[in-house]
Design a protein around this ligand. Structure first.
Ligand SMILES: *Cc1c(COP(=O)(O)O)cnc(C)c1O
Length: 805
């Protein structure tokens, strides 16, 4: 990399500032300081970017295209500085100039172009692809408004628009000349050509321009710059005259206006389908244009291109590629299908029925008629071929069209060469139950790729004190090879290291406590246990189980302030989908409980509840390093993987968990003494559900501890709640507790008591924390990406790079 010394940086920065704002550099606002720093940095990395793009064309290396409707990158500045190896230079330079580095960092908006784990995974993968020499290209949508901003008013969630582009975004580059047209609606029919071939003819289509905005993805000190390409919908330049009414213009703009705020839930609205086709078509057209520049025969397409579909949302990529190969490139169906199948791979992210995409055929027909025809043909051929081999029952059960609906998962599975789950347990459940019919037909198509997280963002940047301690103790190799964090294990009995580890945690807790004091006006004791549950609010994630536990402790402490319980700060961060009424009621309950508990002098500050507003990547970076306990308490079998569990582990939090998602793998890595497991296992849940023997009211009536907790929801104990208390009570007692909270409660409570006892022994707690940190390197997304690269995309980087891993 080019050298950059502090003095040169300062000169360049000052000059640029004055050129741009025509005032002296120290007179600028923090936002202006950030903007100029962005420009300086851009001037620094752009050479690499251009070089990388040229190399890509010269070397014709295979390209991976990662399609995702969501990316949740968080702020980019520190990542660029770290990966370009100029972090210290820039920080020192700015400090020398009398500027506040941390303030400048915070001036960047945190782009919320995703809901939660799925989008965050896509962003961790972008960082890891660049850092492991995988030529990866992200394809997504440049939503004008990101995920809503959450505010609490009277304890209720209020959603405000998130206009994240109100300030110029210094990292993106508008690539107008690379725009493509995406065609919607109209009529389409097949017309015979002179040579006897059929060609589709279109009329009255609604054409939208897809304009790419590129953001560089810089590898960790390796000179690689990949690209994240987000498309924005605009009116085609030469058709301004066709789109004159404000409705027409609005129809175009609305396509990329907002991100759908639902997580783990299917949204069947037309605008969502438009977004999905818009992304699929724009992305595939771009790939085809790139490939045609290589001047190779079509049969070699899968050698040069791998296309990955992150969940089913971009599945229309498949018929879109078929359309182009058939209609524009004149390939036969068999040729196009073979190419397509070798090119596509698909990741399943959920087994929740309510999250499975299924589009009514009539919607696809009217919105994208040619694509509908191609899906019919895929369906017909599937049924024909598979009936011959496996009989009609299996053929129909796996067909993409059923009951006049297109089942997107079925379409993705039968059209891809690889289908993966995101944790061992999740993949097992897919193969054994959810997708077992497909497993029969395609026994070798399934594989597991357990999710990962990038330690660069989640440890190196978010937790500088821990990073420095690691450097000092085990050397710096872990920064390149997170697995090397395992070296920390040998310090398990080193009093000095344990002491320092405690100091690191305390430093991070004080930083979070300061934030809580300043932003929320709540005083929390950094010596209390910080017990953290941060994730989308969803019934299956069971925030309510933790609420029951808090109420239980609160009532015990009210009876007896001397009760032998650990002092805890319960931290929540969670957004609920705006239409998810039950989840919003739970938010209100947590806030009402916080009001009660935080201000009740009878309990001696033994409990504080901190529900941070507007949970985001940036807040996660603040909270996670401060966590002592990580709550991963979903109903077993429901959480596909989880990734906050990995981030928290890497920062030394101990996990209390059900054996769900990647918790299973965490448990295997640290061993039973260094994790707190509880609750039913996935197969036990299955058996209980199938038996129809579960009776929640019965538990409520017979169990005094649970009865007391639940009664507090309806007897005025929590003054802030109104009908929420009754509704939530009813969901558990009258509606038979769909997520088995009452069934798992005692086991959860026992585990929490064990946590209390363990926390009292500082040394052994810190030893457990050390083990968790040491084992977390295995969850680096770098390794996950290398497994995708070798097993799925067939792009294993040069052997020297691979050997590092
Ligand atoms: C990691 C992360 C998530 C995912 O959390 P889970 O607990 O795995 O669901 C969601 N949102 C943000 C902001 C994250 O950083």
């Amino acid at each position: 990399m080019k050298p950059m010394d502090v003095e040169t940086f300062k000169e360049v920065y000052k000059k640029r500032f004055e050129d741009v704002y025509a005032i002296q550099y120290h007179m600028g606002s923090t936002l202006e300081q950030f903007q100029v720093l962005g420009q300086v940095l851009r001037g620094y990395y752009t050479d690499y970017w251009i070089e990388n793009n040229q190399e890509k064309i010269d070397n014709q290396d295979k390209q991976v295209y990662y399609f995702s409707m969501e990316f949740l990158p968080g702020r980019q500045l520190k990542t660029y500085l770290l990966n370009l190896d100029v972090y210290d230079t820039v920080k020192t330079g700015l400090t020398d100039l009398g500027l506040d580095f941390d303030k400048i960092v915070e001036a960047e908006v945190d782009p919320a172009l995703g809901n939660g784990g799925l989008g965050r995974l896509a962003s961790c993968f972008m960082d890891s692809m660049a850092s492991t020499h995988v030529y990866g290209n992200g394809c997504g949508i440049r939503y004008q408004y990101g995920l809503f901003k959450q505010k609490f008013i009277d304890g209720y969630q209020i959603e405000l628009p998130e206009n994240w582009l109100r300030n110029p975004n210094p990292w993106e580059v508008r690539k107008e000349s690379k725009s493509v047209i995406v065609r919607f609606g109209g009529n389409v029919w097949l017309e015979e050509q002179k040579d006897g071939k059929l060609k589709p003819k279109y009329e009255h289509t609604f054409d939208v321009l897809a304009v790419p905005y590129d953001t560089p993805q810089i590898g960790y000190r390796n000179g690689v710059v990949n690209n994240l390409r987000l498309f924005s919908a605009e009116i085609p330049y030469d058709e301004e005259s066709k789109y004159i009414t404000s409705e027409q213009r609005q129809e175009v703009n609305s396509i990329t206006e907002v991100l759908y705020p639902d997580d783990s839930n299917y949204e069947g609205r037309l605008l969502r389908l438009k977004q999905e086709y818009f992304l699929s078509s724009a992305g595939i057209q771009t790939i085809v244009r790139y490939f045609k520049n290589l001047k190779l025969p079509w049969t070699r397409f899968p050698e040069k291109v791998a296309i990955h579909i992150n969940d089913t949302h971009p599945t229309l990529c498949i018929p879109e590629l078929m359309r182009i190969l058939l209609d524009e490139e004149d390939l036969t169906w068999e040729q196009a299908w073979n190419i397509s199948k070798k090119t596509f791979s698909y990741t399943n992210h959920t087994i929740l029925q309510e999250a499975m995409e299924r589009w009514p055929v009539y919607m696809i027909e009217s919105l994208i008629p040619r694509i509908a025809q191609i899906i019919y043909e895929i369906n017909a051929r599937h049924i024909r071929n598979k009936t011959e081999l496996y009989g009609s029952e299996l053929a129909y059960k796996t067909a993409p069209i059923q009951d006049d609906q297109v089942l997107m998962a079925n379409l993705a599975i039968i059209s891809s060469h690889s289908v993966n789950g995101v944790a061992k347990l999740h993949t097992e459940i897919l193969e054994r139950y959810t997708l077992s019919d497909f497993k029969t037909i395609y026994p070798f198509r399934f594989n597991n790729k357990t999710n990962g997280v990038t330690h660069r963002r989640w440890v190196q940047l978010a937790n500088e004190p821990l990073s420095q301690l690691l450097d000092k103790t085990i050397g710096e190799e872990w920064r390149f090879q997170p697995k090397e964090m395992r070296l920390l294990r040998s310090y398990i009995d080193d009093e000095s290291v344990l002491d320092q580890l405690q100091q690191v945690k305390l430093t991070n807790k004080k930083r979070f406590a300061k934030f809580v004091s300043e932003q929320m006006n709540i005083e929390i004791d950094p010596h209390a246990m910080f017990d953290v549950q941060i994730k989308r609010l969803h019934a299956y994630k069971r925030q309510l189980l933790q609420v029951m536990h808090i109420i239980d402790r609160y009532l015990q402490l009210r009876d007896n302030p001397e009760a032998k319980l650990a002092k805890r700060v319960f931290v929540f961060g969670a957004k609920a989908a705006p239409s998810y009424y039950y989840a919003k009621q739970i938010i209100k309950l947590i806030n009402a409980l916080a009001d009660l508990v935080n201000n009740d002098p009878r309990i001696n500050d033994m409990i504080k509840i901190v529900f941070v507003e507007n949970y985001s990547v940036s807040l996660a970076e603040l909270i996670i390093p401060a966590a002592d306990l990580s709550e991963q308490i979903s109903l077993a079998g429901k959480e596909a993987s989880g990734t906050s569990n990995m981030k928290l582990m890497a920062n030394g939090a101990l996990t209390i968990a059900t054996l769900d998602g990647a918790n299973v793998e965490i448990s295997n890595l640290v061993g039973p003494d260094d994790i707190f497991l509880f609750g039913m296992k996935a197969d036990e849940v299955q058996v209980l559900r199938d038996s129809h023997a579960y009776n929640a009211r019965d538990i409520y009536e017979r169990d005094p501890q649970i009865q007391r907790i639940l009664n507090s929801l309806i007897d005025g104990t929590i003054p802030g709640i109104k009908s929420e208390g009754i509704d939530i009570f009813n969901s558990l007692v009258t509606d038979n507790d769909e997520y088995f909270l009452l069934k798992d409660y005692h086991s959860f409570y026992q585990a929490q008591m064990k946590v209390d006892i363990n926390y009292a022994n500082k040394k052994s707690w810190t030893q457990k924390s050390l083990i968790n940190i040491a084992q977390s390197g295995k969850f680096s997304a770098d390794y996950t990406i290398l497994r995708y690269a070798s097993d799925i995309w067939n792009v294993a980087p040069e052997t020297e790079v691979l050997q590092q891993f």
